[in-house]
Write a protein that binds this ligand. Structure first.
Ligand code: ZN
Ligand code: ZN
Length: 633
């Protein structure tokens, strides 16, 4: 034991005697001033170096401090267990400023799959700071994971920073040491070349994705006194398209702020990557920024339009889900997956407006909007799962269906539906029905604004995390009924909590549109074809209770002969077009390594294509409703 340590121990035992009861109570409530350092000294190692400094309170009873890696992070609901990439954890005490001392490392014990305990009981801690450090491997460019390599560092805090257990609500600071020549940027820049930040709590720190590289570009614009930064890191050719992209992003910002009113920030950053690696593809919402990652180069066909589609969706989240939020979405318990019934609103309705806003921003014409909406209806109504899983149940299943890895085989292709398209079509139908019921006096826009006003702007803060309070689905239902001037509970019972087909015809008729359904094929087999296998027809999914299932076909079976025809993905649809329901067809199938002769009886059509057409002779007032819907007036 060295001199300084003895000194600290002696003075503290006096303090501890005097303050035993009050200090013990204070220590629970007293916030810690937690400081994070992030370094990246060897980018090619893909290892971020994290150090957390915790000044220890004068609490003689504090025997240990727990540090925890979240199991998932907000916006993506699959459980990824970020702790799996943590290595080389250690802890040590540092002496008070001005004092020269040497203290041994502290014992760190991993106590479960996400938690490490630093033991403090070998010395009396007051006046000391605990330093806790580890490395974390990161080599995925995404809205959830992080990447460090020779080109850049791009991090999302949830998979990088542990929180101090029971102190997630405390203020934190972050200091970043970037490699020579690299510049740091995120959605919370107060000045150029900033390297230090203060955050009101850990949740806000991890809501601040950050890009660090030598060669990102920045283009700015202003809308209604707010500054927007478009940060682009291109790994491929831009073909001179960036200036136009920035102008079109501004159109989206104008369209969305026109609906919501001025956003609650001074500046906002679009962090965009054109990864040009063929696979990195994501979009993630944050309070003052978004991360958009496209798999191609901006010069590639379609990449420009895909980027705007992502921008329109993610920017809408500034209001819907980041500030106006289901009660379960912030603050979060990161020891278990989120369970909310509200993702059909938070994500699905955002998807709907993401599309509608591209029309309102004049990036899309009427036909593009209608064909996109018809495409969403086609996706939902042709899925087997939509008949089994409601919008609310889909929301609760998010940990399984939001990009979740599955080690075991699942039947989710038959039993689940994504809350993105399902919520989108419910938002669409609700919007049109409200417009019809109120003769254009109100719409879903009003529902969303009322929700934002009541739950975000005007509610007292319910938690440390953010302004306002979260809503329940019942709140959304209640406000929808109020805005519609009619009791909408039947809609929620049948189409939100139930699995009935929404009243599409009725909804589109409100705005002078006709909804048309046509069978895609005259018959059904009940299989999904593996497009990557071209030699024969390989099954990637078999629908429950379908002709194929009744005939005993399974996933991975290969149909080599279908009624005398050598079947391939290329001639599959043409071949089926020659049959009618009830026809029996002889098959040759490679099944579990054996060649089997069997037959199946073709069923009635189950797959349909949907179209939305203008009713030319609709009354003028109905056409006017359509114009205000599309233009947002
Ligand atoms: Zn980058
Ligand atoms: Zn989203």
């Amino acid at each position: 034991m060295n001199r300084i340590k003895l000194f600290i121990t002696r003075s503290l035992s006096v303090a501890a005697l005097l303050l035993t009861i009050s200090v013990a109570t204070l220590a629970q409530e007293q916030p810690l001033q937690i400081k994070y350092w992030l370094a990246m000294s060897h980018p090619n190692s893909h290892l971020f170096e994290v150090t957390i400094e915790v000044p220890l309170p004068a609490d003689a009873k504090m025997r240990s401090l727990d540090f925890q890696m979240p199991k998932w992070s907000p916006g993506r609901y699959a459980v990824f267990d970020f702790a799996k990439n943590v290595q080389e954890v250690k802890a040590w005490p540092v002496c008070p400023a001005g004092l020269d001392c040497t203290l041994p490392n502290l014992m760190v014990t991993r106590i479960d799959d996400q938690t490490w305990t630093a033991e403090l009981n070998s010395f009396n801690p007051a006046g000391l700071s605990l330093m806790f450090s580890y490395k974390v491997f990161a080599n995925d460019l995404s809205g959830t994971f992080s990447q460090l390599n020779s080109r850049h560092a791009n991090f999302n805090g949830g998979c990088i920073f542990m929180y101090v257990v029971n102190h997630k609500q405390d203020p934190v600071s972050l200091s970043i040491k970037a490699p020579q020549g690299w510049r740091i940027v995120n959605g919370r820049m107060d000045k150029k070349n900033q390297t230090e930040w203060q955050f009101s709590n850990w949740d806000i720190m991890i809501d601040t994705p950050t890009e660090i590289a030598a060669d990102w570009t920045e283009d700015d614009f202003n809308v209604d006194g707010k500054t927007y930064h478009v940060i682009v890191h291109s790994m491929g050719s831009e073909a001179g398209k960036r200036p136009a992209l920035v102008r079109d992003i501004e159109k989206i910002v104008r369209a969305e702020t026109a609906m919501w009113g001025p956003p609650e920030f001074d500046s906002y950053s679009f962090l965009i990557h054109f990864a040009n690696d063929g696979h990195s593809n994501d979009g993630m919402e944050h309070l003052t920024s978004t991360q958009i990652i496209e798999p191609g180069a901006l010069a590639n066909p379609g990449m420009y339009e895909e980027t705007l589609d992502a921008i329109a969706h993610e920017f809408f989240h500034v209001w819907n889900v980041k500030r106006l939020r289901p009660i379960e979405l912030g603050p979060w318990d990161f020891t278990r997956p989120a369970n909310t019934r509200g993702l059909w609103i938070a994500e699905g309705i955002t998807n709907y407006y993401g599309h509608l806003m591209q029309r309102r921003a004049s990036l899309w014409d009427d036909a593009k909007l209608l064909s996109t909406l018809a495409g969403q209806i086609t996706e939902v109504e042709n899925s087997a799962g939509t008949k089994l899983m409601s919008a609310e149940e889909s929301s609760l299943s998010a940990p399984f269906i939001d990009d979740a890895p599955h080690a075991q085989q699942t039947n989710l292709s038959n039993t689940s539906i994504s809350y993105y398209p399902k919520g989108e079509i419910l938002g669409l139908v609700l919007d049109l029905l409200i417009r019809g019921k109120t003769k254009g006096k109100a719409s879903l826009d009003d529902v969303m604004r009322r929700m934002y006003d009541e739950f975000y702007l005007k509610s007292a803060n319910a938690t440390y995390y953010l302004r306002g309070r979260g809503y329940k689905n019942e709140d959304f239902e209640h406000i929808t009924s109020e805005v519609a001037g009619a009791n909408m509970s039947d809609f929620f019972k049948r189409y939100v909590r139930g699995v009935e087909v929404p009243p599409y015809e009725d909804a589109f008729a409100q705005v002078g549109l006709r909804f048309i359904r046509q069978p895609r094929l005259p018959v059904s087999v009940g299989i999904t074809v593996d497009d990557e296998y071209s030699a024969n027809l390989k099954l990637s999914a078999v629908r429950s209770d379908s002709p194929a299932a009744i005939a005993g076909l399974e996933v991975a079976d290969i149909i080599t002969n279908f009624g005398g025809v050598k079947l391939t993905p290329a001639n599959f649809l043409k071949t089926l077009a020659g049959y009618k329901p009830g026809d029996r067809v002889a098959l040759t199938v490679q099944h579990n390594g054996r060649v089997v002769q069997t037959s199946l009886v073709l069923g009635e059509p189950t797959l349909f294509d949907y179209r939305i057409e203008e009713i030319k002779n609709a009354p003028a007032e109905v056409k006017a409703l359509r114009t205000t819907w599309m233009n947002g007036k």
